[in-house]
Design a protein around this ligand. Structure first.
Ligand code: FAD
Ligand code: DLZ
Ligand code: SF4
Length: 509
């Protein structure tokens, strides 16, 4: 009997993948393919492409060693069909297979492309996540608001993580009030574990340099883990050295430190080299052993079983149209400084520079610096979405789109965020040391020397007053604005218009 084709995508590098569990090692063939369509549907950061290709090649080696028959197409294979459906058809012709088994991809784009192939496709649920589509739908049904906090409590109960019987450990579900400390004077953690590229990775680096060297982002030095054993070492290093301070400094930013106490494991987790439960168990064990405080372990676990599962639930609940949302009608083009052109805004410059170098920025840089600026300046959400999807090594639409369009840009009209995450320069100044090195003065509220975040903050609030002034969580902001002297308000708005005009003319802001 002719075997089936088992598709394993670049972000499905897990030995317990549902498609592999459904396969027959004796007769089926695994298909893995590096294809131009996946590598260029957005201009991915070269580090992201290199990480995935190296990890894919090493996963194929692992599968072969486990006795699987693997058909692996390299990007530079002269017969490469250029797309996943094309490679499936080519493999079907070569092997005589008519049936395909695949685990559901993490982007509607690819799900639809797979459904359009003339082959007989069985699409299995991606059960590497803790919450299935059906469970999320059930949770969401009949609720007026889909707040992450309540979803998270369900996930705590379901997994038993940090639970004592049916009660949360420490008597509280959430210890955020202990977190969010401003930037520390000194960071004791040396950052994520770095790995020397092996021969497989070096070969990929040469390929990526030749094919994608012109994309935004520096390929070298390349220090990512590229297999499961290395990814596990990276996780253990984080748990041992950074987790204890993770909670305290989760929201802090430092000009001279790119990683602070963050885990930098999202590329590994999202590609399948690590599983969410093993990460959370490691954090819980560290707390139970007295190595990490509860606010750190809880805050960290919440990101994974709470936010990560929740945003995925929203992406699949809302359907393929989600990425086209633009509830605030924002249409300005993405400024060139997102792609590395100069800017005088120190916070933005440093976030973009580190994105260029590392294919990484931590959450508060994404949300409160680059995201905040895009929202305040009224940038077209589709262009911002494409940027985030391209530049981060952990970016796939299921996680990137709800974070960008929902959490950061309010483009979904408030499904994810109960109010827009906007702030003036004061927040950035409190949480970082950027402002002291900036050409602008964070304490100055009007004129050319004023921090653009200060000006655009009020511009945003007045632009969208009709929508937001009734929101109780924003009432204080409007009261502060209304108390301002009228002349001053006029000056703020005309100075903000001046910033936007200069932005549109391509002047350095
Ligand atoms: P840590 O801060 O150490 O957190 C631990 C883990 O928690 C992360 O590895 C991640 O798996 C998970 N996590 C934390 N916050 C979130 C969140 N909001 N949503 C989902 N998972 C979360 N994360 C991605 O994995 N891919 C993306 O493409 C992505 N795009 C984002 C775009 C915007 C505009 C914003 C505001 C956030 C985005 N995030 C994305 C969420 C978050 O910024 C990253 O998960 C985090 O910075 C990864 O770094 P870390 O591993 O050091 O995380
Ligand atoms: C992101 C990516 C890239 C750059 N290249 C490939 C590839 O060549 N082959 C592949 O199977 N997967 C790749 N991926 C990951 C897919 O784009 C990912 O599976 C979908 O975006 C769904 O999450
Ligand atoms: Fe950013 Fe404004 Fe601070 Fe400059 S002054 S670093 S632009 S917040």
């Amino acid at each position: 009997m002719v075997g089936r084709l088992i598709l394993v995508l670049g972000d499905q590098l897990s030995p317990d993948l549902s498609a592999l569990r459904a396969a027959d090692r004796g007769r089926d063939t695994i298909l893995m393919a590096e294809v131009a369509a996946e590598a260029s549907y957005v201009p991915h950061h070269p580090k992201k492409i290199a990480f995935l290709f190296a990890a894919m090649r090493k996963f194929a080696q692992y599968l072969r060693a486990e006795g699987w028959q693997v058909r692996y197409t390299r990007l530079d294979d002269p017969d490469n069909a250029g797309s996943i459906p094309g490679e499936l058809l080519r493999a079907a012709n070569a092997t005589g297979a008519t049936d395909i088994i695949a685990t559901e991809p993490g982007e509607w784009r690819l799900i639809e492309a797979l459904r359009d192939t003339p082959l007989k496709l069985t699409l299995l649920e991606d059960d590497r996540f803790l919450c299935s589509h059906a469970e999320f739908r059930d949770w969401a049904k009949g609720r007026k608001a889909l707040r992450m906090e309540y979803f998270y409590r369900e996930m705590r109960r379901k997994t038993g993580l940090l639970m004592e019987g049916d009660q949360p450990a420490g008597g509280q579900w959430n210890f955020d009030h202990d977190n969010r400390k401003p930037a520390p004077d000194a960071v004791t953690h040396s950052g994520p574990l770095a790995f020397e590229p092996d021969d497989t990775t070096e070969e990929v680096l040469s390929l990526v340099e030749a094919r994608f060297g012109a994309n935004f982002g520096r390929l070298r030095p390349f220090r990512f883990a590229t297999d499961r054993a290395q990814a596990r070492q990276a996780l253990d290093h984080f748990i041992a050295h950074a987790l204890p301070s993770f909670g305290d400094y989760q929201d802090a930013m430092l000009d001279g430190n790119r990683f602070l106490y963050h885990a930098v494991i999202s590329p590994y987790l999202n590609a399948g080299l690590l599983s969410p439960m093993e990460i959370c168990r490691a954090a819980e064990d560290a707390w139970r052993a007295g190595h990490a405080p509860l606010n750190a372990a809880e805050g960290f676990i919440r990101q994974i079983i709470g936010w990560r599962e929740y945003v995925r639930g929203i992406y699949f609940l809302e359907g393929p149209g989600y990425t086209g949302r633009n509830a605030l009608g924002h249409e300005r083009d993405l400024p060139a400084f997102y792609w590395g052109a100069p800017t005088h805004m120190r916070c933005v410059l440093r976030a973009v520079e580190q994105t260029r170098d590392e294919a990484y920025a931590h959450h508060i840089q994404r949300l409160m610096v680059t995201g905040n600026f895009a929202l305040l300046a009224g940038i077209d959400p589709a262009q911002v979405h494409e940027w985030y999807l391209a530049v981060y090594a952990d970016a796939y639409e299921w996680v990137e789109a709800p974070n960008t369009l929902g959490m950061s840009l309010f483009a979904d009209g408030g499904i994810i965020a109960s109010k827009p995450y906007v702030s003036s320069g004061a927040y950035i100044n409190r949480m970082s040391d950027y402002c002291g090195r900036c050409r602008y003065k964070v304490s100055v509220k009007t004129g050319r020397g004023a921090c653009p975040f200060n000006l655009l903050y009020w511009h945003f609030l007045t632009r969208h007053r009709d929508r937001f002034e009734g929101n109780p969580r924003m009432a204080q902001m409007y009261r502060t604005w209304d108390r301002m002297d009228e002349d001053r308000r006029r000056t703020v708005l005309s100075d903000a218009d001046d910033v936007l005009r200069r932005l549109d003319r391509g002047e350095v802001i």
